[in-house]
Design a binder for this molecule. Sequence first.
Ligand SMILES: Nc1ncnc2c1ncn2[C@@H]1O[C@H](COP(=O)(O)OP(=O)(O)O)[C@@H](O)[C@H]1O
Ligand SMILES: [Mg+2]
Length: 290
Amino acid sequence: MSARWSEDQWGESEQRLRRKHTKPAGRRRITDLTAEQPEDIADDMIRRLTDGGFITEVLAELKSGKEATAYIANTYKGTALLKIYRDFAARSFKNDAIYREGQVVLDERAARAMHNRSRKGLEMLQFDWVMAEWAHLWHLWQAGLSVPEPLVGPHPFDYAATIPAVLMRLIGTEDEPAPRLSEAKLTPEQAQNAWNQSVQGMADMLRLGYAHGDYSTYNLLWWENTVIIIDFPQLTTRQNPNFRDLLRRDAESLSISFRKHGIQETGESTLREVQRRALGPGPAPRLVLP
Ligand SMILES: Nc1ncnc2c1ncn2[C@@H]1O[C@H](COP(=O)(O)OP(=O)(O)O)[C@@H](O)[C@H]1O
Ligand SMILES: [Mg+2]
């Protein structure tokens, strides 16, 4: 997420409120907790997923990011990518405000807890964030888009049991997981093909009413000449007043991130092409049995 969004007004007033309400002692306690916890959280989660029959074993750690760690795991449905989010206390959720704007929280106490960033509030924000990733993944998968197959669900009751983890089919193989487009070596023809599919993917999402919110070659996998879109917690809809800006930013990031593959398009021309294609036909939906 780019830094300029952390300066948004909502975030600033949030910060002021927090400074007023949070005692330094409380902050320190949470920091200490965080420092001790990441390994425990992952271990505990892996145990819960194994006990629940969601996975049979964890094979390797693939990548450790700012928010989550990605593992390769075995399941009864095949090899999976297991994404386990870090302890909610480790992040402020301040940068997420832009994505959440326009969302309505009906429960007043919950809304207040989230607003004040109490421990309970942070827990709720994290739960929502990971639930959103699951829900978006399922929606896109069922609509026939090029995304990894979600491996728990489709009912929210089922995947809620795995929070704060997300389990989806591994793209690539256990020995050779699919690279991201940002690190793939492409011939000029492959680059053009990947660009075309990436623009189409963004158009397919827009047709469903979504802006990805972090759309660039860092969140696009490349496997057998196919582009697969990943990383969905921050998807937004038109309900969000920042929708147009986020869409424009995605078009910009996509075009900039493709420059190293020799594709010279501007954010503007990319956005126009995405909007044009969004009016055209989409992929065939996938039939998912409950
Ligand atoms: N289904 C998948 N198959 C193979 N690799 C994946 C898959 N999903 C994610 N990855 C890998 O894990 C990394 C982290 O996943 P991502 O969802 O982008 O989380 P974040 O960027 O928040 O850490 C990706 O950059 C990619 O390399
Ligand atoms: Mg990512």
